[in-house]
Design a binder for this molecule. Sequence first.
Ligand SMILES: [Zn+2]
Length: 358
Amino acid sequence: MTRLHRLVGFLGAVVLGLTTVAVTAPAQAGRHTWPRGQVTYFDATKDKGAVAAAAAMWNDSGVKVHFRKIGNRRKADILIRNTHNVPMGCGSGYATVGYLGGRQGYVNILHGSAKDGQICAWPGQTLVMAHELGHVLGLNHTDRRCSIMNTSHTNGVAPTGCLGDDLGRPGRWWCRGPAQKDLAVLQKMYGGKAKPVRADPWCDAVPRIPASGPVTAVIDEYGGGLTLALSRAPEPALPAWLPEWGFGAPGYEVHVTPGACSATQGEDSTTVVDANVWTVPVGGVETVTTYAELPPGVSCVTVWQFDRAANYALAPATTLVTYTPEPLVRLAQPWADAASQPAQRLNGVRPAVVRFDR
Ligand SMILES: [Zn+2]
């Protein structure tokens, strides 16, 4: 490794993190790749869960790279530590880029806590750490597509280029980590065979409501009116770091499905008959009168609670109703009003966009 390469690698992280032109070509042409893709690290941080999760994202990628934790601080290829000398503050870090020819590289990241706000909480720390480890492997920034190497993340929820217009995901985070294209770039540098990334990029960052509260339903004689008694199950407390921009009021969504209990949460094109916010406290019973054009026979009423962060309960509550038309009476036309009023879940505050590093 020449002095020039080492200098480029070093500057790439600390000075040229944003302007990738100077480092993109040499690093991604393979000149800064780690021998056999092996990198040992010493974790001196308080973010050990985030470090381990981020290392696993790369280690499990199928590409021939491997981060291995060791207990000897001086012998480690990479020193990972918390430092206050992170220019962008909470939710950011910086790292050396690529193999440094035997010199010890590093990742610096600010340690977060609940007091720091959500951008320093573990989902954001994991994203930042995965990003910095991407630098360590020799990857540079890109903002042309969704990438763990985007220059910024949004509220510690997802790389900004991955979040797109979908801002309503507090309580969830972009656990996919590296994008498929990131792995393709890395595969060219190190070999191996990139695995398909997980299909659902989102994971829960906070507990869901385990199950929606029980429901009872009474059908009126015309088969169009339903009187529902919805019990409000407790919602897990949301941590202080969860972004305020996604908070709304908790509520419920009611579906009516002919024949069987096959409704899907959030699928509002055909079967949602009511969606609203609670007017009763936890443990209370909300009485709702709604309308659904029921066919004769059995229908399923399905209720999904959702929390302040607009995440649905893990399980719905269901009850069956049976509509038996009176054969000799000419019925008035039942109301066909879908009565679907999606709850207003966002309070309109803009999310904070934070750079991973500079
Ligand atoms: Zn970066």
